[in-house]
Write a protein that binds this ligand. Structure first.
Ligand SMILES: Nc1ncnc2c1ncn2[C@@H]1O[C@H](COP(=O)(O)OP(=O)(O)OP(=O)(O)O)[C@@H](O)[C@H]1O
Ligand SMILES: [Mg+2]
Length: 382
């Protein structure tokens, strides 16, 4: 029988049309997989490069149902989508990967933490609170307050060190998570197809920008012991298997000063911590995502060369039409791979693109990353 996806009739729908969808399309073109995207922003990064773009709300029941009804397969580039519509589509025979059941666990950080507890997956202690209850949790300080739903890129996370920080707290259902004085933040990407084949990528190390509260640098491979590398990859595989999930899953860890691994959070889609795989690994995370949801053999994940990934964030106080300053200078350097996402407008700390630096060894790559990190700036025209 001819593979279902191999043909012009096959329609892959993606909810969301940002940079993750855009890099997925770059891979899908190689296999002539037609990608249809939907997003409420008519100027979103995929809008001009999708096989077809639909302007609609990915959180609205009718919009998602209407978008999905003529697709063979639906995937997502963000967790915050209308699950009731996806469940209805599943009942009507449309394949949805990752499964709505899995999205339901992951998109609520409270349910996600309970999943770890129930499955004996090591994670920092936590409490769930409703609105306003933060004041009765002084005994739990210091902790991170995390919005249960809707947070992204560090926007729903605040560190509470003392009672005086409660002034800035979110007044919404949240997870309070014990503050972890970590040594490093690590991430592992795993993928699983419908046949149950599973694969993991080498562990990477992330460095956060404390002002923006999101990844500034990523280094691959992580400088950790063989044992921690193995444990992290084993734990990530255990999670995707326990979720019985199809697709790609990014697992973020804290490595504590005592050398223990704690799961911070998981994301059931291509992830910022896997962008370097485009240049550094045999199979990129975007190709792997396609392979997993299309039930194809998973690709090799081996590292070809070490790399550093640097996010290009909107400059402080920028707002309006974007222009990029420094591209020419950056491209003068060897081993620099630039990805600009095509967002029309820039805002402070908005993810506008990234670049990956590759080299012969990690120390050379790290030095270059430090030297070049501020060289490409996303500024506003005015
Ligand atoms: N319990 C904690 N202790 C110490 N630092 C924490 C804790 N929880 C979160 N952080 C810091 O805040 C960052 C963002 O937290 P988290 O990953 O939960 O949020 P997010 O908004 O979903 O992130 P993103 O979308 O950027 O991955 C973490 O990467 C870490 O640097
Ligand atoms: Mg995170």
């Amino acid at each position: 029988m001819r593979s279902l996806w191999y043909g012009n009739e096959f329609k892959l729908g993606v909810l969301g049309a940002g940079q993750l969808g855009r890099m997925l399309i770059q891979e899908a073109i190689n296999w002539n997989v037609h990608v249809y995207t939907m997003d409420s922003d008519p100027d979103s990064p995929c809008s001009k490069i999708s096989h077809q773009f639909t302007c609609g709300s990915i959180t609205n029941y009718e919009d998602v149902l209407e978008f999905g009804k003529d697709k063979n397969l639906i995937t997502v580039e963000i967790e915050n989508v209308n699950l009731e519509a996806l469940e209805e589509l599943e009942r009507n025979g449309v394949e949805v990967f990752p499964q709505p059941r899995v999205l339901r666990i992951i998109r609520d950080k409270g349910i996600q933490k309970q999943f770890y507890s129930e499955n004996n997956i090591p994670t920092a202690d936590f409490r769930l609170i409703d609105k306003k209850e933060i004041f009765s949790n002084v005994d739990f300080l210091p902790f991170a307050q995390k919005l249960r739903t809707g947070g992204y890129d560090g926007k729903g996370v605040q560190i509470m060190r003392s009672e005086s920080d409660f002034e800035k707290s979110f007044d919404a259902p949240s997870v309070l998570e014990k503050f972890v004085d970590f040594e490093k933040e690590l991430a592992v990407i795993v993928a699983r197809n419908k046949k149950g084949q599973v694969t993991s990528y080498p562990t990477v190390e992330c460095e956060f920008n404390p002002d923006a509260n999101l990844v500034e640098f990523l280094f691959s491979p992580a400088e950790i012991s063989h044992k921690i590398e193995e444990d992290a990859r084993k734990m990530a595989i255990e999670i995707i298997e326990k979720l019985d999930m199809v697709g790609i899953l990014a697992v973020e860890f804290f490595l504590t000063k005592e050398g223990d691994l704690l799961v911070n959070e998981i994301a059931p889609r291509p992830h910022n911590s896997g962008h370097h795989t485009i240049e550094c690994n045999v199979t990129s995370q975007f190709e792997q995502h396609l392979r997993s949801i299309l039930n194809l053999p998973l690709g090799a994940t081996d590292l070809i060369q070490p790399g550093a990934m640097i996010n290009i964030l909107g400059e402080p106080n920028s707002s309006g039409s974007v222009f990029y300053d420094g591209l020419e200078k950056l491209l003068n350097e060897s081993g620099v791979h630039v990805h600009i996402y095509g967002k029309e407008t820039v805002k402070e700390f908005r993810k506008m693109g990234h670049f990956t630096i590759t080299g012969l060894n990690l120390s050379e790559v790290k030095q270059k990353a430090l030297r070049l990190k501020g060289n490409l700036k996303a500024k506003s025209v005015s």
